[in-house]
Design a protein around this ligand. Structure first.
Ligand code: AMP
Length: 195
């Protein structure tokens, strides 16, 4: 059983929900850079780099890679040191991050423990799902408005995911699950990949 599960998926793909299901199933730690950033929102005495990252997050844009590493590396190291596996949710969002995390795992000696799973969904479906989420007020977040949503899909849609997938395909680490299925079916498919 792999200790490091990297979930890939565009916004609205159900990545966060599936991450929580995996955490329940395997007792792994859920690490989401989005959650870590939202956790910083409103905090006083943030340094400039972190404050800027929170502002960028609220605009629906990608935060700088260095901040992602700053938040992600510590959280991952802490969990692995405590003997826990990790589910990484939205932690890898561009090619540079994919490469840097790959090196990070090699440095930690856990590169063989990585499984990457994409929950595949097309951009239009993502937009419809997220719009419905706003309309229902369900799981609404400070960065959930229709304009921000368009920006997030433009910046974080399938075009952005392609080079990351290419990287992981080259390293033979990528498995793909159809994200249009029910939540249960997606979960079952992921568990089967990890078995
Ligand atoms: P999420 O909750 O995963 O949708 O992330 C919310 C926001 O946090 C994103 O829209 C980005 O602004 C920022 N963010 C989270 N993870 C990353 C990452 N790995 N790289 C760059 N920005 C990120």
């Amino acid at each position: 059983m792999k200790k490091i599960i990297i979930l890939l998926g565009i916004p609205g793909s159900g990545k966060g929900t599936q991450a929580m299901r995996l955490v329940d199933h395997y007792g792994y730690e859920h690490i989401s850079t989005g959650d870590l950033l939202r956790g910083l929102q409103g905090k006083k005495d943030l340094d400039e780099e972190l404050q800027q990252a929170v502002d960028t997050m609220l605009e629906g844009k990608m935060v700088k890679d260095d901040v992602v590493y700053r938040l992600g590396f510590d959280a991952i190291r802490d969990a692995l040191d405590a003997g826990k596996g990790v589910v990484l949710d939205g932690v890898v969002r561009n090619n540079a991050q994919a490469e840097r995390y790959h090196t990070f795992f090699q440095e930690l000696g856990v590169a063989d423990d990585v499984q990457v799973i994409e929950i595949a969904l097309d951009d239009d479906e993502s937009f419809d799902r997220l719009k419905a989420r706003i309309a229902s007020g369900y799981q609404s977040r400070p960065d959930d408005t229709e304009d921000i949503l368009r920006e997030r899909i433009k910046v974080q849609g399938n075009a952005a995911l392609e080079p990351i997938k290419a990287f992981y395909t080259t390293h033979d680490l990528l498995a793909v699950v159809d994200g249009r299925q029910s939540m249960d079916a997606v979960h079952d498919a992921i568990v089967q990949i990890l078995a």
